[in-house]
Design a protein around this ligand. Sequence first.
Ligand SMILES: [Fe+2]
Ligand SMILES: [Fe+2]
Length: 340
Amino acid sequence: MKVGIIGGSFDPIHYGHIQIAKTGLQKLHCDEIWFMPTKSTPLKDRILTSDVHRLAMIQRVMAYDPRFHVCTLEMEREGKSYTIDTVKTLKQRYPDHEFVWMIGNDQLTQFDQWREPETLTSLISFVCVDRDGQLAKTQYPIQCIHMEAMPVSSSEIRKGNKLNYVPYSVLQYIYEHRLYIENFIAERETQHRYKHSVSVAHLCEEMALANGLDGQKAYYIGLFHDIAKNMDKIHLEQWMDAICPENKKWAIPVWHGFVGSEIVDRIFYLDDPQIKNAIYHHVLGDDHRDPYAMIVFCADKTDPLRGYDSTHLIDLCKADIYQGFWAVKNENDKYLEEGK
Ligand SMILES: [Fe+2]
Ligand SMILES: [Fe+2]
């Protein structure tokens, strides 16, 4: 039995990892591929997402191919994890298996920093799967094979970029468990706007739950409601021309609702019509029927970070969003009238 091993933090797993696995099956003729998530990365300082979540995301990918397996040997080990310890254990536990450890170009270039590199390559074979189109040179006896470049990394995904490279079942898990999500917002909004978005998200969730509605859905509406707010005018106008040129009659500060509702769908793959609708209407507060649209309008206006005492309005919205909505709307109209 020939087993290809792919080690990594898988934080999160993406199509780049799956492509390496397929390369192992097709080009290295492995019978099985074992995904080996690390407990901690000795060469990296970042604190990883919890083992439970990373493992659960990998397990969602295992359904892709019956030859894919997950090996938790490194995760189960206490303290820092080194490949040399793993390799020795694997050889002991599975004396009849032939192991091929698959690494990327980035790992090959820092292979001399691995613990006992000479012993490692004498114990099992290492293969560098080249993702950049240029086969790296190495002083170690490591074979390099070419793989079509897949321009994605877990760090980009953690920032909310290239989410199309995440299997849909993994993305669903990310949203279900709110992994990385607040970071998606922090990457795109000013610090001030980010704090407002998180605050509105929690308020939306509270209002939804108090009204017997879906708290998770409301949380996402609140979190993403101002996602287009910091967009520069040139890009905002390009989006408006593409999606709803007829709405350009509205003042520019209103546009971020229309554009935001498309961004959540096209960039973040939140294609829930209620999420899109609520964000679309959040600036004008002109949807008087959908409770989620009312909730985000109210939470946005009554966000405690705005610095006025909005407790009575928040309580009204929690007691009954339909009544609360009109109270918030009236107060808002009064406020705008006074400002004229
Ligand atoms: Fe807004
Ligand atoms: Fe807002």
